[in-house]
Design a protein around this ligand. Structure first.
Ligand code: PGA
Ligand code: ZN
Length: 425
């Protein structure tokens, strides 16, 4: 009874790029309230759930009033009276009402906001933090943050082909310790980039990382190593590196346009192997294009888990694609972005599929984000051990880190931090 959904509303708000996005608000009989905001990607996989946008003149066509209407006219009435604590049933209903394979009728943005608002309303009704509502008392592992501190590709206006260069403070012994290391490295990186490339090099990109006028992958990796050392840490034991190549975006006509060269898949494999020899890389995301899955398998087998190979655009959080490429040995795990599939339950199925088989699930933000902190709770609830949510800067990124700091504080001495072990195959 107390969990029964009594009201559902949609509201147009803004994301971190200044684009309209969907907020859903769900109320329960017991006085619980959940609000959630849909994020938005810029470098999307082709098979992702589709957001509904208004088109036309207002907001440059980016308005979401049609998606809001989906919530108010279709999703809301369909889930009214349902039990929010049985959120998987609620999501099934949303999936049925939409009826398309990619949420194109109701809009992925309408679906994801409502789906997440439902779990938050249920947790609020039971007066339990969301991570505990979903994961129970055993959920106490804080994730290792993968922090994108140099932005390239579709997220910046520079010439870097690789989209994200991340620092991974896995040598810390707690989540708060990892944040401290990351912030100190981030500050040194800022000083170094300014010194070497001038003041415009410290402008930040969409995910809070710097977007310096670099051209080569090694230039970015060298800058990270320099910053780690200047901050007084040891690369490869205190702090590791990770890259999201988002390689679909530099794959043209069957070759990879990277670092001023045009490489075949085989040559790109060799290039990655060289980089892995030179730098303490612990994770590679989307090293090849989504339309070129084969080389994932060869690279992964040559690397033997060091670093692990993770799929994003190639699997778009879909369980059918994740299981296919995980079973065939193409990937060690996947990026999990709830809005790529459109409902929480579908993302939950994908991440539990991986975790039960020893695979990796990296809970992730999008480049267009908001103050919504749901992903911080999801990472702890399922003890994924890994989260990717940008640099330790820009409010929509720090919102997630701050929520994780609160959760760590709430758990006190019970909190666990896996450090480097979170990356073991
Ligand atoms: P997006 O990219 O959120 O801009 O789609 C993030 C990523 O590729 O991981
Ligand atoms: Zn990615």
């Amino acid at each position: 009874m107390i969990y029964d959904i009594v009201a559902v509303r949609g509201l147009q708000v803004l994301d971190s790029r200044g684009n309209p996005t969907v907020e859903a608000i769900v109320y329960t009989e017991g006085g619980g309230c959940g609000r959630a905001i849909a994020p938005a990607g810029a470098s999307k996989g082709k098979l992702e759930a589709v957001d509904l946008r208004d088109g036309g003149k207002a907001y440059g066509g980016m308005g979401v009033t049609k998606a809001i209407e989906s919530i108010n006219k279709y999703i809301g009435p369909a889930i009214m009276g349902m039990d929010a604590s049985r959120f998987r049933d609620v999501d099934r209903k949303i999936i049925d009402v939409d009826g398309t394979p990619n949420k194109s009728r109701l809009g992925g943005n309408a679906c994801v906001a409502t789906s997440l608002a439902v779990i938050k309303a249920a947790a609020d009704t039971s007066d339990t933090p969301l991570f505990e509502f979903l994961g129970g008392k055993r959920a106490r592992t804080l994730p290792v943050p993968l922090m994108n501190v140099i932005n390239g590709g579709a997220h910046a206006g520079n010439k870097l082909s690789v989209q994200e260069f991340m620092i991974v403070p896995a040598g810390a012994d707690s989540f708060s310790g990892a944040i401290r290391i990351a912030v100190e490295v981030y500050k040194e990186l800022k000083k170094y980039l300014k010194e070497k490339y001038g003041p415009s090099a410290i402008n930040v990109g969409d995910e809070g990382g710097f977007a310096p006028p670099l051209e080569l992958t090694r230039d970015a990796l060298n800058a990270l190593i320099e910053a780690i050392k200047r901050a007084g840490y040891v690369p490869g034991s205190d702090v590791y590196l990770a890259m999201d190549s988002a390689a679909s975006h530099f794959y043209r006509g069957g070759s990879y346009e990277i670092d001023g060269k045009s490489l075949s898949s085989g040559e790109l494999i060799e290039y990655y192997l060289q980089l892995v020899n030179e730098y303490p890389l612990i994770l590679l995301e989307d090293p090849f294009a989504e339309s070129d899955p084969e080389p994932f398998k060869e690279l992964r087998s040559k690397l033997g888990g060091k670093p692990i190979v993770i799929g994003d655009d190639i699997v778009v959080t879909r369980k059918d694609l994740i299981s296919k490429y995980f079973e065939s040995g193409h990937i060690d795990g996947a990026i999990i972005k709830v809005n790529q599939v459109g409902t929480f339950t579908e993302a939950e199925e994908s991440l539990t599929y991986l975790l039960r088989r020893g695979g990796k699930a990296v809970i992730s933000h999008r480049s267009g984000e908001s103050e919504d902190t749901t992903i911080a709770h999801i990472a702890v609830a399922y003890e994924t051990g890994l989260i990717k949510t940008g640099a330790p800067a820009r409010g929509e990124r720090t919102a997630k880190y701050n929520e994780l700091l609160r959760i760590e504080d709430y758990l006190g001495g019970d909190a666990i931090f896996l450090g480097k072990n979170a990356f073991l195959r």
